[in-house]
Write a protein that binds this ligand. Structure first.
Ligand SMILES: *Cc1c(COP(=O)(O)O)cnc(C)c1O
Length: 360
């Protein structure tokens, strides 16, 4: 099977092998060394000198951690949404009692930094801006550098969902002043699900000291204390996913980040060129199309459920449908992590064979 969804993503054999190792004491020397090694490697991938904390949970746990560790109930936040994951970030903040001002953009487009400026000008009470770097539901990458510039002109806290971008699309956390940035092991990291990785800078820790939202499992201050004092995590970590992540990060370091970003750019271009060669069209505006997921308009007359079924059952290619309001309207190719242009050629070929049998 070729798993071409935007997470979980396929894992290299050596990563899978690492996962099958025997358990170790998570309060012992071996785990402490592993945790410290992986944390240092992640800091290099996040391009940060701040802290990176590893939580056991999926990417959403990281998003929730970003919110509850920096904000208090009643705080005003600006949630910039360009799709389903932007909506999720807003929902989390709302559920914990933030006063959420939502700035939504048409799905398929990126956020306009000038409209963010305008919103910040109109509501000086805003304390933090929540934004998705790469919106997996629509296949759009935001211009985070420009968004950050706008947010920092107003000196606001910037919380970034980089779940489907960090490690695959350039996101220099320190340079772009992302106070908190989040990713998850099953996206670009060539690893199974199980871990959320969250960076926190000085500014975020200052917010942490005043933040009153309830938190227990996801308390990043506690995570930092355990890491600094003992090299441990407060609660039992997903030990096997740590094994996997360690091997995967060694692979990342061997390939190097610039080459990984370039490979994702080439792979995404191959995906876009491939679908266009079949007469299909991109869902997002092309100049903001993502390098980790390609969203494609369902062609006229094609039953997308049937198309995905034929691809899966007859060609061994697993693609994703649309999320939320895009269900039945688009389908998506995930191309993050352990993926190349050649993989996209295979997806294109499978699509070419399957489309006529799905009504095209
Ligand atoms: C996958 C993803 C998440 C988190 O999803 P989980 O299922 O909780 O790991 C959040 N944001 C984006 C942009 C994602 O792609």
């Amino acid at each position: 099977m070729q798993l071409r969804i935007p997470g979980p993503t396929p894992c290299p054999e050596e990563v899978l092998q690492a996962q099958s190792k025997q358990m170790i004491n998570h309060r012992g020397k071996e785990f402490r060394e592993l945790n410290r090694k992986v944390t240092e490697q992640l800091k290099r991938c996040f391009q940060t000198k701040g802290d990176v904390l590893i939580l056991t949970g999926s990417g959403t746990a990281g998003m929730e951690a970003a919110v509850v560790n920096t904000l208090s109930p009643g705080d005003t936040v600006l949630a910039v949404s360009i799709g389903a994951f932007g909506d999720r970030f807003a929902d989390i903040a709302q559920r914990y009692g933030a006063d959420v001002k939502k700035l939504s953009f048409e799905w398929g487009l990126r956020a306009d930094p000038d409209r963010i400026r305008q919103a910040l000008r109109e509501a000086p009470a805003i304390k933090a801006v929540l934004v998705t770097h790469n919106e997996t539901s629509t296949g759009v990458t935001n211009d985070l550098a420009s968004i950050s510039k706008a947010v920092k002109e107003f000196d606001k806290l910037l919380l970034v969902d980089g779940v489907s971008s960090i490690g695959s699309i350039d996101l220099p956390v320190d340079e772009w002043q992302c106070d908190v940035a989040v990713t998850g092991s099953q996206k670009g990291w060539m690893c199974p699900p199980g871990l959320a990785m969250v960076s926190m800078n000085q500014r975020a820790w200052q917010a942490y000291d005043k933040a009153k939202m309830p938190r227990f499992y996801l308390d990043l201050g506690k995570a930092r204390k355990f890491l600094e004092e003992k090299g441990e995590t407060p609660w039992t970590p997903a030990v096997s996913t740590f094994y996997a992540l360690s091997v995967a990060l060694d692979m990342v370091e061997r390939e190097t980040l610039p080459k990984i970003f370039a490979r994702h750019a080439r792979t995404a271009r191959a995906a876009r060129d491939g679908i266009k060669s079949l007469g299909l069209s991109l869902f997002p505006q092309e100049d903001c199309a993502s390098n980790t997921v390609t969203a494609i308009n369902g062609p006229h007359g094609v039953d997308l459920k049937k198309l995905l079924q034929i691809l899966r059952e007859e060609h061994g290619v697993v693609l994703s449908g649309g999320q939320g309001k895009l269900d039945g309207k688009i389908f998506r190719i995930g191309h993050l992590g352990w993926v190349t242009e050649a993989d996209m050629a295979e997806v294109t070929l499978a699509l070419k064979k399957a489309l006529p049998h799905a009504g095209a």
